[in-house]
Write a protein that binds this ligand. Structure first.
Ligand SMILES: [Zn+2]
Length: 480
């Protein structure tokens, strides 16, 4: 009996726990395919990506689906359907051929009812190819759709959702050269970053969140020349009295520092001297590093035309003659690794980090800046993020080095660091609870494969959406 000649209606169900009763749903005269609301209405249509690693052994659970449909004629015991998964832009992402077997079917005028094996929607080929999921997984993307075909006949299309509304965050990508005019931190940055963003899209797709693509916003930079002064440097203390001396665009300036001045007030005297000399300084008061009673103040110096000025020490005088309060001209040297923050100065960043970030910062709170550098100093770090916590000196910025791209599928550095920013959360899931190495936000998990750090919980999805839209028009997420 040719299958295509039979009309069928189809619907999706979750698990046998929630199988809808057939008599109530059977409407043989209804020709159109339908998605039936199951009793678990939250998990009816649309379908969602799975949030958990493959169950072992594979079994039907709340993250799996079945296709059910009924036919008016025919007596086959088993047949099959094709489930196609399409991306939001319509490309075919994956195809699953699912065997369906005849099921109890009490509706009048219906010859047979068929039900497929359970399957789940997964984020990528790593999940799909896991032996536990063999024949039970289909790669899908939030915003895409599933199309179910019985032979040539389309039984059903159903949208794929993420854990939350579809939203997008805008990344601005900055790749630094190791030295002025020298080699890039990353060869073929557009394609390497493109793959890293694809991985982040797959993981965050479980929350309905995606990131834009690199060709749109990728810029290459030389390491910045010094354009900033830091009053107090890394040990901010009250002045005992002395003089600050420095050169700005070739001019030498001296500023007396009164005893008892805090870094903040001394910085304002420096700003006044710079303004008098025809420059345009911007003052940034940094938060206090942990364990210190005062914070430092940075001055970014521009010309009247808006160009960053060039700063250096004066040839004959020390930067600060004050025995307690220091003045620094921070420099970036990427050839020996970026000096990175530790726990005590994580809100402030190091002077080198602040100079690097300020050289590309756009002041736009709705974008995330991604900086790519050759390496951090020392071996341990491959990525770090500065989040929008109330008093942070730098916000919505993440820095990633070349090694992070090599780790790739094992640690998902970009997706993880984006997690700190989107969740507005410096901590890790294992700081307070059990070590769960399958969570993206676990601190130390490095493992390739389906049990690696690649899962976001529904609670994290909810938090990211809440944070991302906290202030209308100034949040990191916009509707897609
Ligand atoms: Zn982290």
């Amino acid at each position: 009996m040719p299958r295509a000649s039979h009309k069928a209606a189809a619907w999706l169900v979750l698990t046998s726990l929630f199988l809808p009763s057939f008599p109530a749903l059977a409407q043989p005269e209804a020709e159109a395919p339908q998605v039936v609301q199951t009793r678990d209405s939250a998990r009816a249509s649309p379908v969602q990506l799975a949030h958990t690693p493959p169950p072992s052994p594979f079994r039907e659970d709340l993250e799996s689906y079945r296709i059910e449909y009924r036919v008016r004629a025919g007596s086959a015991q088993a047949e099959s359907v094709t489930i196609e998964s399409h991306s939001p832009t319509g490309e075919t992402l994956d195809v699953l051929r699912a065997v369906t077997s005849s099921a109890a079917c009490a509706a009048e005028g219906v010859a047979s009812c068929f039900v497929s094996e359970p399957f789940r929607l997964v984020i990528d080929a790593v999940d799909k190819q896991h032996p536990l999921l063999e024949g039970h997984a289909l790669i899908a993307r939030a915003g895409g759709r599933l199309r179910v075909l019985r032979g040539e006949q389309e039984l059903l299309t159903v949208p794929v959702a993420g854990g939350g509304p579809l939203a997008q965050a805008d990344l601005r990508l900055h790749v630094f050269r190791v030295t002025e005019g020298g080699a890039l931190s990353l060869m073929q940055p557009a394609s390497v970053l493109g793959r890293e963003i694809d991985r982040a899209n797959a993981i965050w797709g479980a929350c309905g969140i995606s990131f834009d693509q690199p060709e749109k916003r990728l810029t290459v930079h030389d390491p910045p020349a010094p354009f900033m002064l830091s009053v107090g440097c890394e040990l901010p203390a009250p002045a005992l009295g002395g003089t600050f001396s420095f050169r700005v665009d070739g001019r030498e300036l001296s500023v007396p520092v009164a005893p008892g001045s805090s870094p903040r007030s001394a910085a304002r005297w420096v700003a006044a001297a710079l303004t008098k000399a025809g420059f345009v300084p911007s003052l940034i008061d940094n938060p206090r590093p942990q364990g210190m009673s005062l914070g430092s103040t940075d001055l970014v110096v521009r010309t009247k035309q808006g160009k960053l000025a060039k700063l250096s020490a004066a040839p004959t005088h020390p930067l600060s003659s004050d025995p307690a309060l220091s003045l620094c001209v921070p420099e970036v040297d990427l050839s020996n690794g970026l000096r990175h923050f530790n726990d005590a100065d994580s809100l402030v960043g190091t002077m080198e980090e602040r100079l690097l970030v300020r050289s590309v910062e756009d002041g736009d709170p709705t974008t995330i800046e991604v900086l790519v550098i050759p390496a951090f100093r020392g071996e341990a770090r491959i990525g770090e993020s500065f989040i929008g916590l109330e008093h942070g000196a730098i916000r919505n910025v993440l820095i990633q080095d070349r090694a992070a791209f090599r780790v790739g599928n094992a640690s998902f550095t970009l997706a993880h660091e984006l997690g700190h920013i989107l969740l507005d959360q410096p901590g890790h899931t294992d700081d307070f609870g059990l070590d769960t190495p399958t969570f993206l936000m676990d601190a130390d998990a490095v493992l390739a494969g389906a049990f690696g750090p690649r899962r976001l919980t529904p609670q994290e999805c909810e938090r990211a959406h809440q944070q991302g839209r906290a202030t209308e028009g100034s949040g990191l997420l916009r509707a897609r």
